[in-house]
Design a protein around this ligand. Structure first.
Ligand code: SF4
Length: 418
């Protein structure tokens, strides 16, 4: 390996922003970010180039581990193919395997993802792209989030030059009283509002947009005069963007909060232009949803049974399936972040993970895989779902990617059944 090889610019696969401006140098076998990036990316780009396959904790050759995984899946009546933290090729291979074993597909961030999916499937929505936010948005409303889970959100979207000249934006925020908008976001109007109150507040804003009076004051703790100030700011946008992060709306029936925000967007669009920006897409989440939709015609939380795909957004939540013992094997895929460990499961567990994944309990099978975007080229979708970026492999290694391993398992199952 070249002791100091620079590859630039390349995309970072470690959150849904997929920043595509990183400069990476390989020094003494380690990938080092030399320009752009963030602390999260710096930690995750540093990945070992070798790993050890294991069966019940004992070191084995990769082909032995693959055969063991195939045996466990062949014996299962309904396996859960979860995690899905990998690139597009890996997710395609996961779907092919699910079809072979009548498995259920679910992403590791499914709980948050489905707050959006349920709202979207019930009434549709209008969303925008990262480029549109950067180039056109003049009012941005952060609802229940400050976007800090995406370290370079501000740098990449709010402070860069617009394609159409200097950008002037108003920053609005609805955040819980205990949380402040980070100073660097420079909020013009920050209104304390609990996340659980966002749906009620959105409902009253809609009523006011329709010309009706609010029947109470305050609403979700927000005094009437602040609601009117917010309303004026929303109406004054030429291109407004409402930002939320479903992962932070972590309370029962939060899909209804997303639906309320989306309905507010629809009403605002009667007089001016507004769009949504749902934050998310970490660990290949956006790609997993896209690939499942285009391959099967259904969202995730679908079982690929012999009689066809069966979609159950409530019943096929991974947590529920595992808690009720409704699956008899778990295949967990996490090729991007070693901290994304498999959930507790009372069934055989197969893990395809980064070589530096540390598991407290040895699964039945562990197979180390190459990290897409660091050790293997591939594709991932950004959080806005519009762009699939080609990933580079600045630190190519001998570890296989998720896709070839899953394909080998599927072929072994085909072969055994023939
Ligand atoms: S913000 Fe996200 S995509 Fe950008 S460098 Fe950091 S981890 Fe990578």
């Amino acid at each position: 390996m070249n002791p100091s090889l620079s590859v630039s610019p390349i995309p970072c696969p470690f959150c849904g922003l997929l920043c595509d401006d990183l400069e990476v140098a390989v020094v003494a076998g380690h990938a080092r970010i030399t320009s752009a990036g963030c602390a999260r990316a710096a930690g995750l780009f540093d990945v070992p180039g070798q790993g050890q396959a294991r069966v019940r904790g004992l070191a084995v050759a990769p082909e032995v581990a693959i055969a063991a995984a195939a045996g466990l899946l062949a014996a299962a009546r309904r396996p859960l193919i979860g995690g899905l933290g990998c690139d597009v090729a890996g997710q395609r291979a996961a779907i092919a395997l699910a079809e072979r074993v009548a498995g259920v597909l679910e992403h590791m961030h499914g709980a948050a993802q489905f707050r959006n999916t349920l709202a979207f499937q019930d009434g549709g929505w209008m969303t925008t792209t990262l480029s549109e936010v950067r180039n056109r948005a003049d009012v941005i409303l952060f609802a229940g989030t400050d976007a800090s889970a995406f370290p370079r959100f501000r740098e990449r979207l709010l402070t860069g030059a617009s394609q159409f000249g200097p950008a002037r934006r108003r920053i609005l925020a609805l955040l819980p009283p205990s949380e402040a908008l980070p100073e660097e976001l420079g909020g013009d109007l920050v209104i304390p509002c609990p996340r659980e109150g966002l749906a009620e507040l959105a409902g009253v804003l809609r009523a006011r947009l329709a010309g009706r009076r609010a029947d109470r004051d305050p609403v979700a703790g927000v005094p009437g005069e602040r609601i009117e100030a917010l309303l004026d700011a929303l109406r004054g946008a030429r291109y407004g963007v409402l930002v939320w992060n479903a992962a932070e709306l972590d309370f029962p029936q939060a899909d209804l909060t997303v639906a309320a925000l989306v309905d507010l967007l629809k009403d605002l669009n009667r007089d001016t232009r507004w769009a949504g920006l749902p934050l998310g897409g970490n660990d290949g989440g956006t790609s997993a949803a896209q690939v499942c939709a285009w391959q099967t015609g259904y969202p995730l939380r679908t079982a690929l049974t012999a009689s066809g795909p069966r979609y159950d957004p409530i019943g096929f939540a991974a947590e529920r399936l595992l808690a009720r013992g409704e699956v008899d094997a778990l295949l967990w895929i996490s090729a991007l972040d070693p901290a994304r460990l498999p959930p507790a499961a009372d069934c055989p567990v197969i893990v395809l993970g980064r070589a530096d994944m540390e598991l407290a309990t040895a699964p039945e099978v562990f197979i180390p895989v190459a990290v897409p975007g660091v050790q293997r080229a591939g594709y991932l979708h950004r959080m806005d779902g519009i762009v699939a970026l080609p990933l580079a492999a600045p630190l190519a290694c001998d570890l296989p990617g998720v896709a070839p391993i899953l394909t080998t398992i599927t072929e072994a199952l085909d072969h055994a059944a023939a």
